[in-house]
Design a protein around this ligand. Structure first.
Ligand code: CP
Length: 340
């Protein structure tokens, strides 16, 4: 039985929510999706205020949260550091304490490597209202719950043994955070999935979190395997999620922040060795006939993926993006509203 008392809970990573709690969020997301489709009002957060702090750009996260708050009958403030006293050094503690006195939820995106997760945790320590991660350097919970909902819509609720490949891909846009693949390898094996990570050896995932993901697999009947060959990763996969991430995990957080310029130089040199890590039609043919292509977006077209694949019949990216709205609303309704 899923427990229903989520009011007041923070969401920094779903690793800190039980599977029953995640199932409750998915269930509520499904209900809110139906109500959105039929135009049935669902003002579950009437007159409530969410403060959204974005240290980085966003299309899906910002708009799913803000539109979501409007649809739930509340209001979201769209804040960036330059609009706040953060830009003059105001602490996470003071920011959290003050916003806690004025509204009902704080949501924050801070992806700076070695900084973002600590920043969110510091706010959560002092906030008396829920702190919801909009992505940090390690986790992207709002993305992974939407991914899980989308996977269940296509493959059914019983995802045991489902073959999912989380693959690194080449990109020129920017060195993307580790948070999406890390959240996926932590979450999917909890739902029994058979997860393969394909990545060049220069682009590892954070070892401490890989260890936890492996425990999740052992405890929940899932699997977690690794390969440094993209073709091998695609063989027989029912879902492929090829996406770039930076080589951040080659450096300790201290080392990176002491010498960011040099670390970025090394990451760039490693990146250029793997231009052929693209999701194209040849690779899609190595996967299972029913394969689906997913991407958190934004995608680097022509580098991470060809147009033929991302615009092709296997692609479910827009369903995945739409589910960001329904799952974000479910998380907000449960943590900022819900039963007292
Ligand atoms: N997937 C995702 O988080 O997209 P945005 O960066 O546009 O929010």
């Amino acid at each position: 039985m899923s427990q229903t008392l989520l009011r007041g809970r923070h969401l920094i990573t779903f690793q800190e929510w039980t599977k029953n709690e995640i199932n409750m969020a998915l269930d509520v997301a499904g209900d809110l999706k139906r109500r959105f489709a039929t135009g049935e009002p669902h003002r579950l957060l009437q007159d409530k205020t969410l403060f959204m702090m974005f240290f980085e750009q966003s299309t899906r996260t910002r708009n799913s949260m803000e539109a979501g708050m409007t649809q739930l009958g509340g209001h979201a403030h769209d804040l960036t550091p330059d609009k706040m006293q953060l830009s003059h050094g105001e602490s996470a503690k003071d920011t959290a304490m003050v916003l806690s006195r004025m509204g009902h939820g704080i949501a924050c995106r801070n992806c700076f490597y070695g900084i973002g997760n600590n920043y969110l945790r510091e706010m959560a320590k002092f906030s008396s209202i829920p702190v919801l991660s909009l992505q940090d350097d390690l986790y992207h919970p709002m993305q992974v719950i939407a991914d899980l909902m989308t996977i269940q819509e296509y493959f059914g609720k019983n995802t045991k043994g489902l073959k999912v490949t989380v693959s690194w891909a080449y990109a020129t846009s920017h060195a993307k955070p580790l948070s999406v693949p890390l959240s996926q390898i932590l979450m999917f094996p909890r739902f029994g999935m058979d997860v393969t990570v394909a990545a060049p050896k220069e682009f590892p995932l954070t070892p401490e979190l890989v260890k936890i993901a492996q425990q999740n697999a052992e405890e929940n009947g899932g699997k977690l395997n690794f390969t440094d060959n993209m073709d091998e990763g695609f063989e027989g996969a029912q879902i492929v999620i090829p996406k770039n991430w930076g080589g951040f995990a080659n450096f300790s957080m201290d080392e990176y922040n002491r010498n960011e310029e040099e670390c970025r130089k090394q990451m760039k040199a490693n990146l250029e060795k793997h231009k052929d890590w693209i999701c194209d039609e040849r690779r899609m043919k190595l996967a299972a006939p029913e394969v689906k292509y997913m991407h958190a977006l934004p995608a680097d077209r022509g580098n991470e993926v060809t147009d033929a694949v991302i615009d092709g019949p296997a692609s479910i990216i827009y369903d995945e993006a739409e589910n960001r709205l329904h799952t974000a609303k479910a998380v907000m309704a449960l943590t900022m509203g819900g039963r007292p």
